[in-house]
Design a protein around this ligand. Structure first.
Ligand code: SAM
Ligand code: SF4
Length: 433
């Protein structure tokens, strides 16, 4: 039996819902001399993809650790920020000198991490200036800065807005102060609200990261957080909590200091709740559970070119870099990162080079990003069609009502939205166990 929720998205197809697709950084193999050489050779070629790219310098530093966080960040007290920024620029410069990057065009500069907001406004501006001076940008490129209200004093937001930053990505997480305290978030819901309000008043776009299925989070608390972001006229990125080994939260749950998170069904209901409230308020889902009300933001997605475009990511611990068939992540240890860059080598720790077979599968994972698979492009790249390569998967998913196809493309149905992670796994070399 299948149940249909109020807005028509189906709530039962697979037993559990996959939140992430295959081919994430967790699967990249350790870098080897041969793969490094192959990557360097690739960087020596012209970029003929015709796709716009994203430049993503990471400041993987935070001044406190959120209990759930699995990002490889270092405490600000343990980092010489000046030296780190010099070496981050050096790494960016190493890429900027390559033929591939010289023949590439970037439409987004995104300061990620970590919390680049630990830097002073002048340091942030200097880093962006460096990117602008050394990389080709499109006519209408824009700049996004990631931050947390714990390090985003209002004068800093003002300076960034005046400089021309377009968007602040804010780790809001939850507007429930009881949960914030339990998750070691030092700033209050009011601080987050004030930072978002101020940024919006200055004309900045704000995208708030909010999390669901947190330990002890009730449906009412989740609803209140979603409604608050709508009231603040913020865009939203929804993240389902993943309790990672080694995080503070994992230990807290193990030793009984924190309740466990809800089960898979509860998580699914929370996702559906967010989808319903946000779509009713005029938001549309794009990419990995990002919700926007601005028409061109819905079209603009840094992953539009996946897997033929690129995200050139840099900095200690960055892990979402890809340039066509190469995907990579950098050394997490900030000192090892700095030493490697100093020695003149790219600080990559894991590097995957996809075969053509993998590229076909990765092309199908566009569905996870709510993007269609163009049959014309598939034919140009692989001289065949998705139906010929994946007949069983496509037939099965169409029968389930999760996919639809026409002469031009393969795309998700409305029902498929909820199961996009599972759908992507259908095209993986091994089914998810
Ligand atoms: C690198 S963080 C960038 C935001 C910024 N550092 C901050 O927290 O203010 C990106 C987002 O990932 C999400 N995130 C972090 N740890 C997570 C986890 N264990 N499970 C799911 N999402 C997580 C949080 O919502 C976080 O804001
Ligand atoms: S969620 Fe953001 S602020 Fe919190 S520790 Fe992770 S990167 Fe730092």
């Amino acid at each position: 039996m299948t149940k249909t929720s109020a807005n028509g998205i189906q709530s039962e197809v697979y037993d559990t819902r996959e939140n992430w697709p295959p081919y994430t950084y967790r699967d990249y193999p350790d870098i080897k001399a041969e793969t490094y050489e192959s990557f360097m050779e690739f960087l020596n070629t012209e970029n003929t993809s015709g796709k716009l790219m994203e430049l993503q310098p990471w400041v993987s530093v935070c001044d406190s650790r959120c209990a759930f966080c699995y990002f490889p960040t270092t405490a600000s007290s343990k980092v010489q920020i000046g030296s780190y920024l010099d070496l981050l620029k050096k790494e960016l410069g190493m890429y900027a000198k390559t033929k591939y990057v010289k023949t590439s065009c970037f439409d987004e500069i995104v300061l990620g991490g970590g919390t680049p907001s630990v830097l002073g406004a002048e340091e942030i501006i200097d880093l962006i200036d460096y990117c602008k001076a050394n990389f080709n940008t499109s006519k209408e490129y824009f700049v996004k800065v990631t931050g947390s209200s714990k390090t985003l004093a209002l004068p800093k937001i003002k300076k960034l807005a005046e400089y021309g930053v377009y968007q602040m990505d804010m780790g809001a997480q939850t507007f429930d102060d009881k949960l914030r305290k339990a998750l070691c978030l030092p700033d209050s819901a009011k601080d987050v609200e004030e930072a978002i309000k101020y940024a919006r008043k200055l004309g900045l776009v704000v995208c708030a990261d909010i999390m669901y299925n947190l330990p002890g989070q009730t449906m009412e608390s989740w609803e209140a957080t979603i409604k608050k972001t709508i009231e603040l006229d913020s865009e939203v990125d929804c993240y389902s909590l993943h309790v990672d080994p080694g995080t503070i939260l994992e230990k807290m749950i193990k030793n009984g200091q924190s309740p466990p998170q809800g089960d898979a069904e509860y998580e699914k209901q929370m996702f559906i709740k967010a989808h319903e409230i946000l779509t009713k308020a005029g938001y549309k889902a794009v990419g990995h559970d990002r919700y926007s009300r601005v028409e061109w933001h819905m079209r603009e997605n840094c992953l539009n070119g996946w897997p033929w475009g690129g995200i050139l990511t840099t900095g200690a611990g960055c892990f979402m870099g890809y340039l066509q068939r190469f995907s990579y992540s950098n050394l997490e240890d900030i000192n090892a990162y700095m030493e490697t860059v100093k020695s003149g080598k790219l600080p990559i720790s894991n590097l995957s080079e996809s075969t053509m077979d993998d590229m076909m599968r990765r092309t199908m994972s566009r569905l996870y990003l709510r993007l269609p698979v163009s049959k014309k492009e598939f034919m140009e790249k692989f001289q065949t069609t998705p139906e010929k390569v994946f007949p069983k998967q496509i037939e099965k998913l169409k029968t389930e009502g999760l996919l639809e196809t026409d002469d031009n493309e393969v795309r998700l149905t409305k029902k498929g939205e909820l199961w996009k992670g599972n759908i992507a796994w259908e095209f993986a070399p091994q089914a998810k166990t």
